[in-house]
Structures are given as structure tokens and as C-alpha cells.
Design a binder for this molecule. Structure first.
Ligand code: GDP
Ligand code: IMO
Ligand code: MG
Length: 426
């Protein structure tokens, strides 16, 4: 069986967690392929809300295996907190969760380096979640990193001390105060607890599963516009958030990728710094933030809000080879008289329909088309045939412009607030 992929097409927080949870019954295995606790994936069902950071979003379903892939970076402290929160709610997750030995570890000093680097950047800061993501991936590519599998080795403590010593040297170059002792104690205890989980060579595990006709959904974190290569660099995260990242983050060959589900909000948000051509720094943006409860699931920061951006979406669809689109938060647009859609940018006196290299330095203004809004509350709908005509128009318009079918429309945060279109194929 080929491996399907679900990933974000914007700047993250598109609703990946919710939709992975909805699709999990159709799969045997859910596998996270990159990112770390910078992610916050929210799931709601039975009046219960849960935010996952490192654990894949299939965890609430019985008889499904959730894999933390080699491309993920893991902070043992945050991971164990997630585990404890799930156990408190009587979810027995140990049987459902396996961890790649090759996933890299976020050390306390990685977090401090992240904070020191952001502080030094001042106004030019990335707006990092300060979870140590950048420094951990730097150590991975710099060939210094520690991996989950190292915890099982006899000289783990020595390896840890060596890497810590390097970090302390680096930290000495910053005007940055920190207190390592307490966090280090907690970290070492949590890291040791990782041994209680099933540690696997996930590339073998997944490819064997595939050969046995098991179905696998690869779950992305962040979004395409935060990708280290294709995002709005340097205001990006430090991993490949795109479909190619599922290949390297899980050990799946490119010709074994099946459906690619690209997920986007019916409008657009961004949290942290960096360009956002359709951002609305006005009352309409404020309305979107309120209606969409647009506050970060990991940091609680208010998300910047704006209209949907088609050139950026087209770019994301191209890079990822998206075969099906999923639109979330359609309900948030209820009561907007007109809905604006950015179809082009006005840039250096021309109209362009792509994101230019120097998007940071040059003024770029979105060019909009306007569509009719709707007043109907969508959150109680149970079938796609019930949607108002203007929303149907909006969906058809987007499908045509994006040249890709929209197969799922989400109309609320709950599992059940999900409308499947007949075009959906899994
Ligand atoms: P993720 O990082 O892509 O998993 O998304 P987040 O969980 O960070 O942010 C999405 C937010 O929107 C969460 O609070 C979800 O519960 C919520 N959400 C998801 N889909 C919908 C939807 O269709 N409508 C509304 N109103 N909220 C949604
Ligand atoms: P999910 O998976 C939204 C943003 C941060 C910052 C930049 C770099 O929930 O969609 P980092 O901590 O990676 O060094 O931050 O990326 N960012 C996210 N924004 N959703 C996320 O994940 C994000 N993960 C990182 O705000 O601008
Ligand atoms: Mg999120």
C-alpha cells in the first residue's frame, strides 16, 4: 500500500490535528514525520478538547499505531507531560505509540540557545516558539545531535555532557542569563523514561507494514510556508514541512507516496514574525481572530489574520503534489457580507501570481476578487448538501482556481463537524 500524507498549506494551524483524527479510522498507522513541540494539534470530541505537540493525532483511536518518525525532534519533558495528561484521562497509550530511535532529542541547552538567539535578534526575531527546534535541527545537520536510540547506550551520559559542554560554550557568546540545574534534572529523568516506550527502527517498521498492506497516514506539522527551503525564509521553522519531508522523516520512498491531502483555512493566519501579504491589521482581522479563536495552541499568542491567498496556496499545492484539498474553518466566515480572495500581488508596478524572492524587502500589495458571503450558521450541518449556496460558490471558485478537488469541508472544531464531499478518495 502507498502512504498517504496530510500536511498544512499555509503558515500552520490549519486544523491538521482535527482532520487526522477524523481520518484515522481509515488507516492502520498514523506517523508524524517532522517538527516537534513547536506544533500544537487540537482535537475535539465528546465535549473533550486535547492539544497534542509531539504525539500523532491518531492516538485517541483504539487498535491504531502512532509512530513518532525519525524526522521529529522530541523534548522528553514535554513528551512525558503529554503522556501524563493522556493517562490522567485514562487513555492507555503505551500500546498505541512507538518512537523512532533516530528521532533527535531536544536538550535543555537547545531551548536556551533558541531563547538566546531570539533575544540577540531583537526586532528581527523569528517569533520562534522557543522550544529549541532550530538549535536541535542545527545539531542534527551539524552531525552533533543526540538521538532517542542513544538513551539505550552505555555512554549516553558522556554524550549528553559533551553536547552540553558545546552548548555552554556557545551560550557564553550571548548576553543571556539562564539556570540549567533544575531543568536538567527533570530532563534526565524524563529522557530515562523514554526507555519504557517501544523504540523502533521506524523506516523498517513502516516499510514492512506497507508490504503487509497496512494503511499509513503521514501527519505533518507546521505548514508549507514555514518550510525551511520553500517558506518565507528566514521566518520559517527548521524542517521540511512538505511532502518530501514525509519521505526523509519516515524513510518512505517517493514512489510510495499515495494521496497528498493539503489542508488550508477558508482564510489565512500566521503566528510569529515574517511576511503575510493578505494580513488584515484592522477591524476585519480582529473579527476573524475573534470568530476563529485564533490564539496559538502552543504559545497562546494571538494569530495574525487575513484573507485567503491563492498565489501562496497554488505554490504550496505545486511543491507538495497535493491530490486533494481540505478546507477548514468555513464556519468562521459566516456573517461576513463579502469574502475577499487574493488572486495576485501588485509588485514593483506589475501584477504577479507568485511569491517573489525579495518578498521581505519590497512592498507587495494583494489584488483581491470579492465573493458573496453567507449568514447561515454552519456548525450544526451534517451533510454537504445542506451548505448555503454562497459557500458552495466559494468552494467551486477555489477548486477551479486551485485546479484541485476540495474533498472535505470542516465547519467546526469537533470531529463530527466535518462534511465529506463525494470526491473524497482514500
Ligand atoms: P493544527 O496545528 O493544524 O492541528 O491546528 P491547531 O489545532 O493549532 O489550530 C486549529 C484550531 O482551529 C483549533 O483550535 C481547532 O480546534 C480549530 N478548528 C479546526 N477545524 C475547525 C473548523 O472547521 N472550525 C472551527 N471553528 N474551528 C476549527
Ligand atoms: P502546527 O503544527 C504555527 C512558527 C513560529 C515561528 C516559526 C519558527 O501547530 O501548525 P520554531 O519554534 O519552529 O523555531 O518557530 O514558526 N511555528 C508555527 N506556527 N503552527 C505551528 O505548528 C508552528 N510551529 C512553528 O510561530 O514563527
Ligand atoms: Mg497548531
Amino acid at each position: 500500500m502507498k502512504v498517504d500524507v496530510l500536511l498544512g498549506l499555509q503558515w500552520g494551524d490549519e486544523g491538521k490535528g482535527k482532520v487526522v483524527d477524523v481520518l484515522t479510522p481509515k488507516y492502520d498507522i498514523i506517523a508524524r514525520f517532522q517538527g516537534g513541540p513547536n506544533a500544537g494539534h487540537t482535537l475535539e470530541f465528546n465535549g473533550f478538547k486535547h492539544v497534542l505537540h509531539t504525539i500523532p493525532s491518531g492516538i485517541f483511536h483504539e487498535n491504531k499505531i502512532n509512530v513518532v518518525g525519525n524526522g521529529v525532534v522530541i523534548d522528553p519533558i514535554i513528551f512525558m507531560k503529554e503522556i501524563d495528561a493522556l493517562k490522567d484521562q485514562n487513555f492507555n497509550i503505551n500500546e498505541r505509540l512507538v518512537l523512532s530511535r533516530k528521532a533527535h532529542l531536544i536538550l535543555p541547552t537547545h531551548k536556551m540557545l533558541d531563547a538566546a538567539s531570539e533575544q540577540a535578534k531583537g526586532k528581527k526575531k523569528i517569533g520562534s516558539t522557543l522550544k529549541g527546534i532550530g538549535p536541535t535541527y542545527m545539531d542534527k545537520t551539524g552531525r552533533n545531535g543526540l538521538r532517542i536510540g542513544d538513551i539505550e547506550s552505555k555512554d549516553f551520559r558522556e554524550k549528553y555532557n559533551n553536547l552540553k559542554a558545546k552548548h555552554l560554550q556557545l551560550l557564553g557568546q550571548f548576553d543571556f542569563e539562564f539556570d540549567l540545574e533544575e531543568m536538567e534534572k527533570e530532563w534526565l529523568v524524563a529522557a530515562n523514561k523514554l526507555k519504557e516506550f517501544t523504540l523502533i527502527d521506524s523506516e523498517h517498521y513502516l516499510n514492512n507494514a506497507r508490504k503487509e498492506s497496512k494503511t499509513i497516514l503521514a501527519e505533518g506539522a507546521q505548514g508549507t510556508l514555514l518550510d525551511i527551503d520553500f517558506g518565507s525564509y528566514p521566518f520559517v521553522t527548521s524542517s521540511n514541512t512538505v511532502t518530501a519531508g514525509a519521505c526523509t522523516g519516515l524513510g518512505i520512498a517517493p514512489n510510495q507516496i499515495g494521496e497528498v491531502f493539503g489542508i488550508f483555512k477558508a482564510y489565512c493566519t500566521r503566528v510569529g514574525s515574517g511576511p503575510f501579504p493578505t494580513e488584515l491589521e484592522n477591524e476585519t482581522g480582529e473579527l476573524l481572530r475573534k470568530a476563529g479563536h485564533e490564539f496559538g495552541a502552543t504559545t497562546g499568542r494571538p494569530r495574525r489574520c487575513g484573507w485567503i491567498d491563492l498565489p501562496a496556496l497554488k505554490y504550496a499545492i505545486m511543491i507538495n503534489g497535493v491530490t486533494q484539498l481540505i478546507m477548514t474553518k468555513a464556519d468562521v466566515l459566516t456573517s461576513f457580507k463579502k469574502i475577499k480572495v487574493c488572486t495576485k500581488y501588485s509588485y514593483k508596478g506589475e501584477q504577479i501570481d507568485y511569491l517573489p524572492f525579495d518578498v521581505l524587502d519590497e512592498e507587495m500589495a494583494p489584488v483581491y476578487e470579492e465573493l458573496e458571503g453567507w449568514d447561515e450558521d454552519l456548525t450544526g450541518l451534517s451533510d454537504i448538501s445542506e451548505i448555503p449556496a454562497s459557500l458552495n460558490n466559494y468552494i467551486n471558485y477555489l477548486e477551479e482556481k486551485l485546479e484541485t478537488p476540495i474533498t472535505i469541508v470542516s465547519v467546526g472544531p469537533d470531529r463530527n463537524q466535518t462534511l465529506l464531499r463525494e470526491k473524497l478518495t482514500i
